[in-house]
Design a protein around this ligand. Structure first.
Ligand code: GLN
Length: 446
């Protein structure tokens, strides 16, 4: 059914880079045959899942939507892929994204543009645009994305589906191609909050292969789906409803707060005063980390190599010049500049200090409240091409998701209505390692 649906709609949506039909069918057959006399099925038994193309899959092309990795076949699986396999879900294929997860619209894919299934003239969001669009278009039941500054939540919001960025350290990053290692997290994208909790149950947990993985018990997420929000204390940051947030979006969020009030929760306006520095801080830190992480793509160890064999340096230069797209080059230059001696204190060090202040803002609010609620993005999905000329306008779009990554806390985006026929996303932010409360609040809407 999944491949049939893909055949019917993916020439319009263009969510998939690679399909793995033969292996998927043979695994499905294997599961069917093993069913006879089988007592316990895997938690995701037989369910079709799509994977963002920056999560490595053994023997199956993993491109990060970059020409430099156009023919790269990993020799091992990411930790999450092993977990998916043990859950008996069926991997359908690899999903389009902004190149190396840098972007908010999937317009930076090195291959092609994914479109928003709600309106094909609009972007699906990014960088996990393929992951969100494939679920919204009914091509797969769920998918995995990655979220460094909003890349699971923002596309989920734009495509009217559910996307969770787990607490930093909750899900193993082993086998996730690194963009900004101190911010990256893999997250589930699904149609419902319940499905999301199922997928999260499978992928969460400590992994000794990831040095930043947290050795913290994983609770039973499904048991938190009670719908009970009686007595829950909600903080609403005034910065999240301020100017720049579209009026329709603001009203949908206020409507959602009314629903929660009706169920016995209370809310109060608070302030996250350092949020205004989040975009600048994030783009300095993430580009710095990216410039170091992407040094490994040199035409020797992975992927595509230029045939310029004049000398080693020329070969590096040409492989990288031809292999990387413009946005990736921009980030590498920004990061290299910010890390260079003489500028380090003024940029990178300063940004680290501001990051601490942003995290403190969240810690203080979450000491008094159970969750923080606001919109996921300031607007609904914008038109393809609308923001490509000005990178700063594109960056500003992440203003409501980025602070969450800098603070390391978990957050979900769930649909909360339509504006001009396009979905609006509600963001629910929780305490460190408290995905359960985030799910409980989100589930109250189902
Ligand atoms: N849009 C942000 C960026 O371009 C976030 C990307 C992400 O979360 N991977 O960096």
């Amino acid at each position: 059914a999944s491949y049939k649906r893909i055949a019917a709609v993916d020439d319009k949506v263009k969510a998939f880079i690679t399909l793995d039909e033969e292996n998927a069918r043979s695994y499905a057959k294997q599961l069917d045959e093993a069913l006879v006399g089988k007592v316990e099925k895997g938690l995701l038994y037989g369910l079709p899942i799509g994977i963002k193309d920056n999560i490595v899959t053994k023997g199956l092309k993993t491109t990060c939507a970059s020409k430099i990795l156009g023919d790269f076949e990993p020799v091992h699986d990411a930790t999450v892929m092993g977990k998916i396999r043990s859950s008996e879900a069926i991997m359908i294929g690899k999903l389009n994204m902004d190149e190396f997860a840098m972007g908010s619209s999937t317009e930076n894919s090195g291959f092609f543009q994914t479109r928003n299934p709600w309106n094909l003239d609009h972007v699906p969001g990014g960088s996990s645009g393929g992951s969100a669009a494939s679920v919204a278009a009914g091509e797969v039941l769920f998918s995995l994305g990655s979220d460094t500054g909003g890349s699971v939540r923002q596309p989920a919001s734009y495509c009217g589906v559910v996307g969770l960025k787990p607490t930093y350290g909750r899900v193993s990053r082993f086998g996730l191609v690194a963009f900004a290692s101190s911010l990256d997290q893999i997250g589930p994208i699904t149609r419902s909050v319940e499905d999301n909790a199922y997928l999260m149950q499978v992928i969460a947990g400590y992994d000794k292969m990831d040095s930043t993985s947290a050795n913290v018990d994983v609770p039973d997420y499904l048991s938190s789906l009670t719908g009970d929000v009686q007595g829950l204390r909600i903080a609403v940051p005034k910065e999240y409803l301020a100017e720049g947030v579209n009026e329709d979006v603001r009203n949908k969020v206020l409507d959602a707060l009314k629903v929660l009030e009706g169920l016995g929760a209370t809310w109060e306006e608070v302030s996250l005063p350092h949020s205004k520095y989040a975009v600048a801080t994030y783009y300095l830190l993430s580009s710095s980390e990216a410039s170091a992480n992407l040094a490994r793509f040199d035409g020797v160890r992975y992927g595509v190599r230029s045939d310029n064999d004049k000398n080693l340096i020329e070969m590096y230069k040409e492989s990288r010049s031809q292999g990387f797209g413009n946005e990736v080059k921009r980030r590498i230059m920004l990061g290299t500049f910010a890390l260079s001696s003489g500028y380090y204190d003024a940029y990178y060090k300063k940004a680290q200090q501001v990051r601490t202040l942003i995290k403190k803002d969240f810690d203080e609010v979450l000491e008094k409240f159970d969750v923080i609620v606001g919109p996921t993005a300031p607007t609904t999905a914008f038109k393809i091409g609308e923001k490509t000329k000005d990178p700063l306008t594109m960056y500003a779009n992440d203003i409501l998701t980025i602070p969450v990554n800098l603070a390391g806390v978990p957050a979900i985006s769930i649909p909360c209505g339509l504006s001009n026929g396009l979905p609006v996303g509600l963001q629910i932010i929780g305490k460190h390692f408290d995905e359960s409360t985030v799910y409980r609040v989100a589930h109250a809407f189902e």
